[in-house]
Design a protein. Structure first.
Length: 466
């Protein structure tokens, strides 16, 4: 009993002794054990009972054992393997405490609130997986920021990152330093078991910036892109250099893990039910008709000639989902083709492909050449700076981009396809959305599932295409 009282006093009097940050909304596994530190349930892991923000990987430290993927701690600490287990293990403790298991829904948003006991700025990601275990070996999907939440702490070149400068936090929910973000769950995210796991990853920026993805596997990003986020908060604030150059190892990282119940939604395209045909209407008994005169062979109508320039349309899938294990792209295409009215969001109307005339091809080539020629005259790059107080460079953008004001100090070249704007030409605004998936993400082609959200992940940093 004495040891219990001492531990309780220590937790109350020294809440920030070594902790840095954790997620309290939705309720993470670390925060659940902290909430129940007094009303303890047998079998729960003890390591985060008194301080949920200690789920940490030290600089240069990597997950090796079960439980490490949810954080190890400080010197002398070891991870608890129970943190590597999913909903089948944790559900009884949520229910025993009368706390609802966090839920996610395909196509829905997840609001995340992080309590940063010691803020150092940096980058954060949220990832999910259809799994009952948490480790580095499962198929993680990096969620992207919700379109409605991209007006702050957002890097256009990396839609999956929440980036912030040191000090750019707010007091909320009785806590001194909180970041709030919203993330979009893919519309086709589906778990056969109805269970999933999740993880929040914070790569600390107090010693270096993990632009090369040396730490927990997330993605690479542009140092210039992160500097722009920092400058939009406080012009001139220092940004630590690349980890590969400064320390030669991964930065300090903090982790929060989750179990989720996956709510049902509209089934993904490949698993949509086959339309049930209506039963035939019984034939009514009709009176015997009066004799008719001998029929005269009708004239065969001439086949109508299509109007010049008329384009035939067809109902087709919104994109190729063939890399999903549950998706049969051929069946998906056949299903769309058989529907009446081309149901959205799973199908779209598109023109039948027709051979281009030689004149059309030459005209398009000339137009493309003109576009490339005009874009090559601008020295600025995609998502590079094109204006702002103190900026002395050219105020132009490369072809297919426009100069968007971020703050009084920064304007950047945004993609017309990814972020349509009246400043873009009509031809770009009407062009098809281009979808590309970064090899640094384990997205499993989930770009196509975010309806009406343009995603351009092919961004060049230095000599490497992300």
């Amino acid at each position: 009993m004495a040891a219990f009282i001492i531990a309780l006093l220590t937790s109350a009097l020294l809440p920030g002794a070594s902790a840095h940050g954790y997620i309290y909304q939705p309720i993470s596994l670390q925060y659940l054990t902290n909430l129940l530190k007094v009303d303890w349930q047998a079998g729960m892991p003890e390591s985060r009972r008194w301080e949920p923000g200690n789920a940490r990987l030290a600089p240069g430290q990597h997950p090796l054992n079960a439980g490490d993927s949810c954080g190890i701690g400080y010197a002398g600490d070891v991870s608890d393997p129970i943190y590597s287990e999913g909903l089948p293990t944790w559900q009884k403790w949520f229910e025993g405490a009368g706390i609802a298991v966090p839920k996610i829904a395909p196509g829905g948003e997840v609001e995340v609130r992080a309590d940063l006991v010691a803020d150092h700025g940096g980058q954060a990601w949220l990832q999910v997986s259809c799994s009952d275990t948490i480790s580095e070996d499962i198929d993680w999907i990096l969620l992207e920021r919700a379109p409605s939440d991209r007006g702050h702490h957002f890097m256009p070149s990396n839609p999956a990152i929440y980036a912030w400068a040191f000090g750019d936090v707010k007091a909320l929910d009785g806590k001194k330093a909180v970041t709030t973000s919203r993330w979009l769950v893919p519309a086709t995210f589906s778990c056969p078991t109805g269970r999933a796991v999740g993880r929040w990853i914070w790569k600390n920026a107090n010693t270096c910036s993990d632009t090369d993805n040396v730490g927990i596997d997330t993605e690479t990003f542009s140092m210039e892109g992160y500097r722009q986020v920092v400058s939009s908060f406080r012009q001139g604030q220092n940004v630590q250099g690349r980890c590969a150059d400064v320390t030669g190892e991964s930065p300090e990282q903090f982790l929060s893990c989750f179990v989720f119940a996956v709510e049902s939604s509209v089934a993904p395209p490949s698993s949509l039910p086959v339309p049930v045909p209506m039963p035939p209407t019984p034939a009514a008994t009709a009176p015997t008709p009066a004799p008719l005169p001998a029929p005269v062979a009708p004239a065969v109508p001439a086949t109508p000639t299509p109007e010049p320039g008329a384009v035939q349309s067809r109902c087709a899938p919104i994109a190729d989902c063939g890399s999903f294990p549950w998706c049969d792209q051929s069946a998906y295409a056949a299903w769309c083709s058989a529907q009446m009215g081309c149901p959205a969001p799973f199908c779209k109307s598109e023109p039948e492909s027709e051979p281009e005339s030689e004149a059309e091809s030459e005209g398009e080539s000339e137009a493309e050449s003109e576009t490339e020629s005009s874009g090559s005259q601008c020295p600025n790059i995609a998502y590079g700076q094109c204006g702002g107080i103190g900026f002395s460079g050219a105020d132009c953008c490369p072809a297919g981009h426009y100069c968007k004001t971020i703050s009084d100090y920064v304007s950047s070249c945004y993609s017309c396809e990814s972020f349509p704007d009246p400043a873009c030409s009509a031809s770009l605004l009407s062009s098809d959305v281009k979808l590309a998936v970064s090899r640094k993400h384990k997205f499993l082609a989930n770009a196509l599932i975010q309806e009406e959200v343009a995603i351009e992940r092919s961004v060049v940093v230095g000599e490497e295409e992300l």
